[in-house]
Ligand binder design. Structure first.
Ligand code: AHM
Ligand code: MG
Length: 316
């Protein structure tokens, strides 16, 4: 019998309490994958005609995925609030506002790939509230560093749908099996290789990068001879980096002066997964992503995630 998401209950200090929430992520992933597959037939591709809080055009599928994710978090009964890329404010789940956990999510990451049938993903992390259970959850409950995250992960909607997660005891990947309609453990104890791999970055921004990153990347390329791969969806680029090795980066540049990727629902969950897979997650030389103290729900940071050797050469 293959192991399913129930396997999480056996892991770490928080496995049994996290299992229902991660099962909820799994249900959302199955629904989002189905919506993605049928989107072209339902006229669900294209813009929603609205902007999110970051001033980015929302795709219809961003909005749908956000609704699906929120509904599934509500149905777990364990989540008091959700902070989403697609919502300006923290969304309190009124029926369960006394519950213990908050979820931070990018419901559909890499949505610029949608029109070209490219891979996209969902990124999430789970924290325990700081406010008393009797109180209404507050945005301050989300402003916890990556060291306080209890569980995190991502879903990759590629040729198959994969849910990769960690409750702080290594990283496991589960692939959705359409014949059993379950996520089954397919990639146990994922570890990033120290050798080989690729560098992954939008190099067209190189002349605008801050922190002398253009020269630093040239040095990494010269020292390691790494090849380059870039999908433009963080989930797909990170998944390849974990499986094949190398480094994924999104530095600050003159357009995105504090970086592009969001700390709470992109950098921290991916940083958590990368560290749990044996790699390194930095936001600048000497500052780990997981040590940053968040100041705002939609804050952006530079990221350098990959094998320890490659990140050290890059930032050194
Ligand atoms: P999104 O959350 O609005 O999809 O934006 C985040 C995406 C990441 O998936 C990806 O790493 C990055 O933006 C790509 O940015 P760029 O197109 O500037 O290379
Ligand atoms: Mg995103």
């Amino acid at each position: 019998m293959p192991l399913t998401l129930n396997n999480i209950a056996k892991q770490g200090e928080h496995g049994s309490t996290m299992m229902p929430v991660i099962q909820g992520v799994g249900r959302a992933a199955i629904e989002i994958a189905a919506v993605l597959r049928g989107a072209v037939f339902r006229g669900a591709l294209g813009g929603a005609g609205s902007e999110n809080v970051q001033g980015e055009q929302q795709q219809l599928l961003d909005v749908l995925s956000d609704e699906i994710f929120l509904d599934e978090m509500r149905s777990t009964g364990f989540v008091c609030a959700v902070g989403s890329e697609e919502q300006e404010e923290l969304l309190v789940i009124e029926e369960y506002s006394h519950a213990d956990y908050l979820v931070l999510v990018d419901p559909l990451d890499g949505s610029s790939n949608l029109d070209v049938d490219g891979p996209v993903g969902t990124i999430f992390s789970i924290v325990k509230r700081k406010t008393a259970n009797a109180d209404r959850p507050h945005v301050s409950d989300t402003l916890q560093s990556g060291r306080e995250v209890i569980a995190a992960g991502y879903v990759l909607y590629g040729p198959s749908t994969m849910l990769v997660c960690s409750v702080g005891e290594g990283v496991d990947g589960y692939t959705f099996n359409p014949s059993t309609a379950r996520f089954e453990l397919s990639h146990g104890n994922m570890r990033i290789p120290e050798t080989g791999g690729y560098y992954s970055v939008n190099e067209s921004n190189a002349d605008q990068w801050a922190d002398n990153m253009g020269a630093k990347l040239e040095n990494l390329k010269a020292e390691t001879g790494l090849g380059m791969r870039y999908v433009g969806a963080m989930v797909a680029d990170m998944h390849r980096t974990i499986l094949k090795g190398g480094v994924f980066l999104y530095p600050a540049d003159s357009k995105n002066t504090t970086g592009k990727l969001r700390l709470l629902y992109e950098a921290i969950p991916m940083g958590f997964i990368m560290e749990q897979a044996g790699g390194k997650s930095m936001s600048s030389d000497g500052v780990a992503v997981l040590d940053l103290q968040p100041e705002a729900l939609h804050q952006r940071v530079p990221v350098y995630l990959g094998s320890t050797t490659k990140v050290d050469i890059l930032l050194g």
